[in-house]
Design a protein around this ligand. Structure first.
Ligand code: ADP
Length: 587
């Protein structure tokens, strides 16, 4: 019975006096008393229950119960209360304890981070896997042979020490992005089988002053402890810029880091076994102190690969890719002037992706063509509907191509297409670069002038077909090209009546703080006018030449435009056949 009170359900509230009456009247089945709470739980015969507050040992209550012979039980809940209060006390202390541990751990982490942010975590390259060797770096043979010396020093230091020779402590690799500077540095480490520590210049400079300097110290300590070793600092210009050249006093943190770098390079003795290789594409902004003997005393210039270099780089990257027999890498090297090693590797990779997407087992020429267009012209879009816009683009492109076909020194046409590309390109004409010009690197006045004429062929066609008021801004890119080439012809190459003098004010990015205080052009205002006059003259002659080539061939242009709209793309042979022009033998 008493269990029924363990969780009393109070259905009605009863006053003390009612309780006494109910006990006396015999309507109560049983009562449970909890002395520590001064409560009784009453169970009526009709099933209802009630809780009443009473005084412990109340004689009146006890007497009434006794007289009515009602069942009375006493429940001692002190033990339960003790356990409950112990548990809640323990939980409270546990929570406090966990909280304190958490706070201590966090503050230790913060302290560690604060104390250790100066410690650089240069990547130590594992030597056993993915080692790069000189064989993997193609097309830059002279540069490789320069670095070969470093390798033999790292492998046989005694040979040099015996003869009292000092090996350069630092080598600076200068060249445009993606030309293989990092690869070359890794290849030196790979050939000599020594640890390779690499860090980017920008990683030195952090929010806190002094971090850079401590990172430099730490990096050198790590490298020295593993000597012989290579330290590779990428983008050294971000830390090694000429000091005192910033506007308003410069960047203290960067200068401090640079000073530390210079000190460390002086600090380790000759032939200590640590060689620092740094890479940059802005050697002109480097602090001269970095370049003096004993620091980066050797600079190796890596330029964009020439045609042969591109072919070699393509062959290296084609080693791991199944190429179809019809793919001629020599042709692809010709089609990719100005491509860096990284871009060539990307070209093959894109082609491999395209070939995988079309479930082919080998990379065929069409994949490479699509990949090249994707890289140079952007993603392809859906063909345009036949409209006046499409016709205008067709005349523009036919203008370029027909002028090129009719100009003896111009590059050979590869194809004319009306398939649009992302970025608002409605169509384009692609040329084969002139092999001779590419190989010799010598560009004649005639060749450059032909480039102006071909570039303005599009505008000339618009003028002839649609009249001077309907020409479009679509030729703005061509006009920019013309202005640039014409200005270079006048100011750099001496191809104008101003004579063989250099009137060039360098086109490099402005290096604030240094270039602002540099003197302006060394020529007079009248020369500036004369340059403008000559540039204008060249552009005018070029467009007149283009118009004179196209005007008598209006009918041919119409036929070519119809064919282009019909077929979307015209390749060399088809275009020349329709134009009635014999193929060129040059380029
Ligand atoms: P950089 O340090 O000059 O910016 P990287 O050495 O990082 O250029 O080259 C990027 C990628 O381009 C390399 O991983 C490699 O695939 C490719 N690459 C660049 N130059 C060459 C080269 N001469 N031979 C082979 N691959 C090259």
């Amino acid at each position: 019975m008493s269990n029924g009170f363990l969780r009393p359900v109070t259905n009605s509230s009863t006053s003390y006096s009612e309780l006494l009456i109910d006990i006396s009247s015999g309507s109560i089945e049983s009562i449970q008393m909890i002395p520590s709470r001064q409560e009784v739980y009453v169970k009526y015969k009709n099933g209802t229950q009630s809780k009443v507050n009473i005084l412990v040992n109340d004689p009146r209550f006890l007497r009434t119960v006794k007289e009515s012979n009602t069942e009375l039980t006493i429940k001692d809940i002190r033990n339960e209360q003790f356990i409950a209060s112990s548990i809640s006390g323990f939980s409270f202390f546990l929570i406090i304890f966990i909280g304190i541990i958490f706070l201590i751990r966090r503050s230790t982490q913060i302290t560690n981070r604060t104390m250790g942010f100066g410690r650089s975590q240069p990547k130590i390259r594992a030597l056993d896997k993915e080692q790069i060797h000189f064989d993997d770096v193609a097309g830059i043979n002279e540069e490789k042979s320069e670095l070969q010396e470093m390798v033999s020093f790292l492998l046989f230091p005694d040979n040099y020490k015996k003869l009292g020779a000092k090996i350069p402590k630092g080598v600076l690799l200068v060249g445009p992005p993606g030309t293989g500077k990092t690869m070359l540095a890794k290849a030196v480490a790979g050939e000599a089988n020594v640890p390779f520590f690499s860090i980017a210049g920008s990683e030195f400079v952090e929010l806190f002053v002094g971090v850079g300097a401590s990172r430099v110290r730490d990096l050198f300590n790590q490298a020295k402890s593993k000597a012989p070793s290579i330290i590779f600092i990428d983008e050294i210009d971000s830390v090694g810029r000429q000091r005192g050249a910033g506007i308003g006093g410069g960047n203290d943190e960067r200068e401090q880091t640079l000073n530390q770098l210079l000190t460390e390079m002086d600090g380790f003795g000759d032939n200590s076994g640590v060689i620092i290789i740094a890479a940059t594409n802005r050697a002109d902004v480097l602090d001269s102190a970095l370049l003096r003997p004993g620091r980066f005393d050797r600079s190796i210039y890596i330029s964009l690969p020439d045609r042969k270099g591109r072919e070699e780089i393509l062959s290296v990257h084609a080693r791991s890719k199944p190429l179809d027999e019809d793919v001629c890498l020599k042709d692809w090297a010709l089609r990719t002037p100005g491509f860096s090693g990284a871009e060539l590797s990307n070209l093959l990779n894109e082609a491999a992706i395209l070939s995988a997407r079309s479930n082919k087992k080998k990379i065929v020429t069409i994949h490479l063509e699509k990949a090249l267009e994707r890289i140079t012209m952007g993603l392809s879009c859906a063909p345009l509907q036949d409209s006046s816009k499409k016709r205008l683009i067709a005349y523009h492109e036919v203008g370029h191509a027909l002028v090129a076909a009719l100009t003896p020194n111009a590059d050979k046409i590869d194809k004319v297409t009306l398939l649009p590309r992302s970025g608002g390109i409605g169509g384009f004409t692609r040329f084969w670069p002139d092999e001779e010009v590419l190989d010799s690197g010598l560009i004649s006045k005639n060749y450059l002038f032909s480039k102006l004429v071909v570039a303005l062929g599009g505008r000339a066609a618009e003028l002839i077909v649609f009249g001077p008021n309907e020409i479009t801004q679509g030729a703005s890119g061509d006009i920019e090209t013309v202005s640039r080439i014409a200005r270079e012809m006048v100011t750099r190459f001496g191809f104008s009546s101003l004579g063989p003098i250099s009137l060039d004010s360098t086109n490099d990015e402005v290096f604030l703080g240094r270039d602002l205080i540099k003197k302006g052009p060394t020529y007079s205002q009248s020369t500036v006018k004369a340059i403008d006059q000559q540039v204008r003259e060249l552009a005018k002659t070029a467009i007149e030449t283009a118009i004179s080539l196209l005007s008598p061939r209006r009918q041919v242009m119409d036929q070519l435009v119809e064919a282009l709209i019909e077929e979307e793309t015209l390749h060399t042979e088809r275009f020349l056949e329709l134009a009635g022009v014999s193929p060129k033998t040059n380029g």
